[in-house]
Write a protein that binds this ligand. Sequence first.
Ligand SMILES: Nc1nc2c(ncn2[C@@H]2O[C@H](COP(=O)(O)OP(=O)(O)OP(=O)(O)O)[C@@H](O)[C@H]2O)c(=O)[nH]1
Ligand SMILES: [Mg+2]
Length: 298
Amino acid sequence: MFKFIKNKINKVYNQFTKKISSIFTNNKLDEKFLKELKILLLSADTGITTTNKILKNLKEKISNKTINNLEKAKEELEKILIKTLESNIQGEVKENKIIMLVGINGTGKTTFAAKLANQLKNNGKKVLLVAADTFRAAAVEQLKNWGEKIGVEVFTPKENSDPASVIFDGVTKLKNQDYDNIIIDTAGRLQTKTNLMRELEKINRVIKKVLPEEKITTYLTVDSMLGQNSFEQAKIFKDVANLDGIILTKLDGTGKGGIVFSITEELNLPIKYITFGEKLNDIKKFEAKEFVFDLLND
Ligand SMILES: Nc1nc2c(ncn2[C@@H]2O[C@H](COP(=O)(O)OP(=O)(O)OP(=O)(O)O)[C@@H](O)[C@H]2O)c(=O)[nH]1
Ligand SMILES: [Mg+2]
């Protein structure tokens, strides 16, 4: 990982990487070592189910003597962790023209929308941000401000419109003008499952009406600071939305890097991006191998 990112999320590395180094240097390959590893994984928010799976894999290799020293155990742990992250990726998910962001309030949808729009713009794409959070005037303002800052057009709702009608107009603009991408920022109010389902169905229906062939990439934002607590809410979104991946936000605010493993396991979805700050460039495409290597090595 680039050094500046490692510095940004140094809490993760301070609290995990340093401890893991000491577990692997101050031990023998025995029960005490496995216990210490388990405690570290759990304290890093890896979650009990995922931690047990990881340890079971490692123990099997130890008992059939494939692994007989700590160095090999570390190599194996690296492989297992990468596999945990990659087993949920069915081929490379292509990012479609229409990108929709969903997730509970405050998890970072609007900020991510701006960061992604900025990246796409810098790659020469013509982007339209659609402010479909029609419940709060402040939400529209927030996206407008970002749009001005990054020089990306923001499509805002007329008074009293509902999200689906804003999206209908936004997608019509995509159809009639030469945008490469539209990024739809939705409201994050915690809703009941039925309401959420109805709303997302309606949104998908209006998009299909305008562009029947167009696929939608839907990302769920998950705040890494909420830890295991965010899973139940994330699962509700998974049940009702056709999710393509997770945006794991606010990694700068947590020392708990293990959440990447539990979240992919629990939700059975790949992490597509991580964010680690409030600035425009605090965003990175998630690469499993790189993340695990950095986590395990100083
Ligand atoms: N430290 C940190 N803060 C972040 C990050 N991403 C977003 N934030 C902050 O988190 C807060 C909420 O972010 P928003 O982007 O407004 O979240 P949202 O999901 O759009 O929220 P709602 O519109 O209320 O549903 C803001 O203060 C952001 O600046 C991040 O990666 N790191
Ligand atoms: Mg928002």
